[in-house]
Design a protein around this ligand. Structure first.
Ligand code: PEP
Length: 251
């Protein structure tokens, strides 16, 4: 019942020309894909990539957003501005935003609510650090992030929400969670979502993120509560992202 959803987070990579060249190479590769697909380029490439993706089934996503609709917020981008560019999604609460830019769960919650209000949908990231995992605090950390970051999600929109479980120690390190570790965390998150959103929890997609590659995607995606992936490094090359998108349900 949950359609697989793969999203590429390009972070601070690719010029406008590189983004358009990616789309030209990537789109024919995923023409027959059944999965939902989104690409989150830097803000500077959103308009051009949106044009390059027009008419395809690959959606445009932003990597971040501000929670206010307009005003004196130098350097920030409002949800309505993203909608104006054809963005369907925005990533919020990425661990790099939390760790490097001091974003709190409360801020993430306001961003998610602002996205829903503007007609977009959030991909809300949560995940523990290595020190937190080694201290046996993974579930406690996830519970705190979920409660804080999802505090303002309107109940009637809950099914449109997407979560990304991204263990911080697996992001950009080449060190992936095992399929069993990912499933354990995803099942815990699903259980928490049931307590918060009741039956809608079974429709909420939970992506795994953290060094997903063409070679490990199939076995991660075969886990019952892993409904897709948020892909950093391997999403920068058309061939490797397409192989992840097309990974079989069963390894
Ligand atoms: C990410 O930044 O969301 C991510 C998962 O990166 P990578 O795939 O490179 O680990």
């Amino acid at each position: 019942m949950r359609r697989r959803f793969l999203a590429a987070n390009w972070k601070m990579h690719k010029t406008v020309g590189e983004a358009v060249a990616f789309a030209r190479d990537f789109l024919p590769r995923v023409k027959a894909a059944r999965a939902e697909i989104a690409i989150a380029p830097p803000f500077t490439a959103l308009a051009a990539l949106g044009e390059a993706l027009a008419g395809s089934h690959v959606a445009l996503a932003a990597q971040n957003v501000h929670d206010e609709a307009k005003g004196a917020f130098t350097g920030e981008i409002a949800p309505g501005m993203l909608a104006d560019l054809g963005c369907a999604w925005a990533i919020v609460g990425h661990s790099e935003r939390r760790a490097l830019f001091g974003e709190t769960d409360a801020f993430v919650a306001r961003k998610a609510a602002a996205l829903f209000a503007a007609g977009l949908r959030p991909i809300v990231c949560v995940g523990e650090t290595l020190a937190e995992r080694e201290a046996g605090r993974t579930f406690a950390v996830l519970e705190t992030q979920l409660a804080g970051s999802l505090a303002a999600v309107p109940g009637e929109r809950a099914a449109e929400l997407v979560l990304a479980y991204e263990p911080v120690w697996a992001i950009g390190t080449g060190r992936t969670a095992t399929p069993a570790m990912a499933q354990e965390a995803h099942a815990m998150i699903r259980g928490w979502l049931r307590g918060r959103f009741a039956a809608a929890a079974d429709a909420i997609r939970i992506q795994y993120g953290g060094s997903v590659k063409p070679d490990n995607a199939a076995e991660l995606l075969a886990q019952p509560d892993v409904d897709g992936a948020l892909v950093g490094g391997a999403g920068l090359e058309p061939e490797s992202f397409a192989r992840i998108v097309l990974a079989k349900e069963e390894p």
